[in-house]
Structure formats: C-alpha cells, structure tokens
Design a protein around this ligand. Structure first.
Ligand code: URA
Ligand code: CA
Length: 434
C-alpha cells in the first residue's frame, strides 16, 4: 500500500480502513514509511481526527506491533493501572502493594518521567539497589510469588509507539485524542492484564488543557479499551495542584511509605485508594468501591501493605529497610524555604510550573538521556484553600549540587497564587467513567 494514498485519504478527512491502518503501523515498524510520511499522517490525524473504528484499529495494530505478554499461567486476576501523568502523583507505589495484599496480582509496567511529569521507575530507582529491568520470566515469577512487581516496559512491547511518540514529540502532535488513546491503550493491551484502571488527570498539570478534553479522553479510553475485550475504567482526577505534598523521586517514595505506614493521608492517599478500590471491584474482589476502599485502608492499619512493599523491594534487589527508616533514601544537600510574600489564601497553583521547578532542580529530564539527581525536589507546605500570613513557608526546595536553584525558586514563586478571598473547594475526583 502506498503511503501517499493513505496520507492523502486522511488529509481530505476520509475514514481509513483497518487494512490501511495496519499497513501504516507495519510501515512504522519495518521502516518502509519514512519519518516525514509518518509525521505527515500524524498531522493529518490531528487535524481531521479519527472515528472510534479507526482508533480501535490503530490501537490493536500498535498493540500487535511487537511482543504481547501472556500472563494466563499466573493464577488469579492480573491488574494494571495507568496515569496520564501528573506531579506528586505517586499513587502506584501506594496502591500496588495494597491491592496485592487483597489477593490480586499487580503486574505493572511503568515508565520514566518526561517533561514536567514524574515516572514511577525513576522513583523506584531512588531505593538503594532497586532493579527495574527484568526479563519476562522473572517478572511473572515475582508476580506469582510476591503478588506484585513494577518494572520498565520491555523494548519489544508496542514498538510502533516508540517511533510514533518520538515523532509526535517533535511535530506538535502529542495532545491529539486518538493518538494519546492508541499510545496508552496499545501498551496496556500488549502488557496482558485483565483489568486496567486509568487515572486521567484534569487541570493545570494535565496532558489535555481543558476539563472537557480530559473528560473526553477518559471516555474514549474506556470505550476503546472495552472494545478490545479487557475491562477498563477511568477516574478523572484533579491536577490543579500537586497530588501529594512531596515532589521528586526519593521524596515521593518517602511519602508513599508514610501513607503505607499510616502516618500520612490527604489527597494522594484518597486517589490511590479509590483507584485501587476500582481495581478490586472490577476484578470481583470487592462488592463495591466503598467496600474496596475499606479493605485497602485495613491493609494499611494492619501493616500488611507496608510489609508487601518491603517484600516487593527485596524481590527486586532493593533495600527493604527503607520501609522502616526513610533516612536510608538519598537526601538533598541543602534546603531552601520559599515564604509567602503577602497575607491571604492559596487561590490556585500552576501545576506544570511546579513540575518544571522539580525538573530544573534535577528530579526530571528534558531529554531521555538527561541524568537525574534522585534526592532533589520540593516539599509543599500549603494546599489550595489554605490561609497564609506573609513570611509563612509555601514550600521547601530540596537542592543538589547541579540544581538550578534560581530557576526553581522563580518557577515556584509564580506557580503559587495568593489572593484575599478564600477560593471555592473543588472535588478531587471529578468523575468516574466506566
Ligand atoms: N502517555 C503515553 O504513553 N502516551 C501518550 O500519548 C500520552 C501519555
Ligand atoms: Ca506516572
């Protein structure tokens, strides 16, 4: 099939057939479509959109573009969770061990941070000794024996997405609904789990810039995901401020441990438990979401959740003693408080700027090859709606030798807005899509 014919058809708004979409994805993987032809088609898709039928065909073709994991020989329901990307968003480290304690198998493949959003793999690597690369047989053995594992995606999983994502990144075609849906779902489908819960973010730190688009993205992912034959559901959750109070790799592991140890609560815990409860309910392990939250909370109270986390860390070569002593995690060289410059209420935050502040401190990367400082980041001292007095600390920067402390300071100053009026309280979980 001629690439030009396919590009031309989409350029004029036509609906591509399954065969045309398969030819395109094959061409991406075998190199018979040139990068400029792929880019042209991506732009035509961005401008003219795709029908559900096209999006499903693209998703399935991408899912089949490499290896697909067969987890059927692991007994029980295999579950996975995916976030569209956030700041201070370490729900996976909280919910994976808790859900595993309830008898489900959490076989999670995670990613690295890119841009202003954090990545679970980088966070895990801040635990001394922790390995996130594993062959599939070891991964399956650990999921069977421990009940959970979090590893990096193998190179052979949905290789079409690697090429497409890299080209989208440099052609301004990232925030295109059918392309986001097929990118995320193809990897989840290839990874072989039965139940998948998606956390779609909305707000100033979300991939989609409006609430309406975020909601549409969640709905489309669930619709297309369920057409693939697996059980998908999605939450739409607030990213108009960082989810947890700690942002940065070791810092987020510390907050996850604090929650698992029952020492911390707040929005991060609420979203983590709600996502986990949807997994339990969808897998038939809890009669309702409310009952699921209760079960997970019980695993915190009993200490089983933290014990399971330690077990998973040990299985992956890490030092499980961090669960008892977070002082063993890497610590930043110095701390800098940022004070409020006036009295008032925290009215809003620009979450993407906060993520970027963590990035310039060294917690994140601009390019895939950038090195990280796992110890650096930001601890937030306020949340939207809090009253502050001039001079009160808004946050503390955890700074390393290579940190751009001036850049981070300025980004944080402009990202936290103080006004005389108390803002209206917004819900944390904005919608459930099933
Ligand atoms: N995450 C992905 O994996 N793909 C996208 O397109 C967007 C977010
Ligand atoms: Ca994530």
């Amino acid at each position: 099939m001629n690439p030009c014919d396919i590009i031309r058809k989409k350029r004029f708004g036509g609906e591509l057939t399954e065969a045309e979409i398969r030819a395109f994805v094959d061409g991406v993987v075998d190199g018979s479509f040139a990068d400029y032809q792929i880019s042209a088609l991506l732009m035509a898709i961005c401008i003219n959109g795709m029908t559900d039928r096209e999006t499903l065909a693209l998703t399935l073709a991408m899912a089949k573009s490499g290896d697909t994991l067969d987890l059927s020989d692991i007994p029980g329901v295999k579950a996975d969770k995916h976030s569209t990307g956030g700041v201070g968003d370490t729900t996976s480290l909280v919910l994976v061990p808790l859900v595993a304690c309830c008898g489900l198998k959490m076989a999670k493949m995670s990613g690295r941070g890119l841009g202003f959003t954090g990545g679970t793999l980088d966070k895990m690597e801040s635990i001394p000794g922790m390995k996130v690369e594993m062959d599939i047989e070891s991964f399956k053995r650990q999921v069977t024996e421990v009940g959970c594992a979090i590893i990096g995606q193998t190179a052979e999983l949905a290789p079409a997405d690697k090429t497409l994502y890299a080209l989208r990144d440099v052609t301004s075609t990232v925030d295109c609904m059918p392309l986001v849906v097929s990118s995320i779902l193809s990897k989840k489908i290839a990874a072989g789990c039965d139940v998948v819960v998606l956390d779609t973010k909305a707000g100033s730190g979300a991939i989609m810039d409006t609430m309406e688009k975020s909601r549409k993205l969640a709905e489309m992912m669930v619709r297309i995901g369920n057409l693939s034959g697996k059980r998908f559901s999605a939450l739409l959750t607030d990213m108009d401020q960082p989810l947890g109070n700690y942002i940065g790799n070791a810092l987020e592991v510390e907050e996850a441990i604090d929650i698992l140890a029952g020492r911390a609560g707040g929005d991060l815990k609420e979203v983590a438990l709600t996502l986990g409860a949807h997994i339990l309910r969808n897998a038939g392990a809890a009669p309702s979401v409310e009952a699921g939250i209760e079960m997970l909370d019980q695993k915190i109270a009993s200490g089983e959740g933290l014990k399971k986390f330690a077990e998973m860390i040990a299985a992956q070569g890490g030092d499980p003693r961090v669960c008892e002593d977070t002082g063993l995690l890497p610590k930043a060289k110095s701390l800098i408080d940022i004070p409020a410059d006036r009295d008032g209420y925290i009215s809003s935050m620009t979450t993407s700027d906060i993520g970027n502040a963590a990035k310039v401190l060294g917690a994140g990367r601009e390019r895939k090859t950038d090195a990280l400082d796992l110890s650096v980041g930001i601890v937030m001292k306020v949340r939207v709606g809090d009253q502050v007095k001039k001079g009160d600390p808004l946050c503390t920067l955890h700074v390393g030798e290579k940190s751009d402390r001036v850049g981070a300071y300025n980004l944080m100053k402009r990202s936290i807005h103080i006004s005389p009026e108390k803002p209206e309280k917004k819900p944390l979980i904005l919608a459930v899509v099933e």
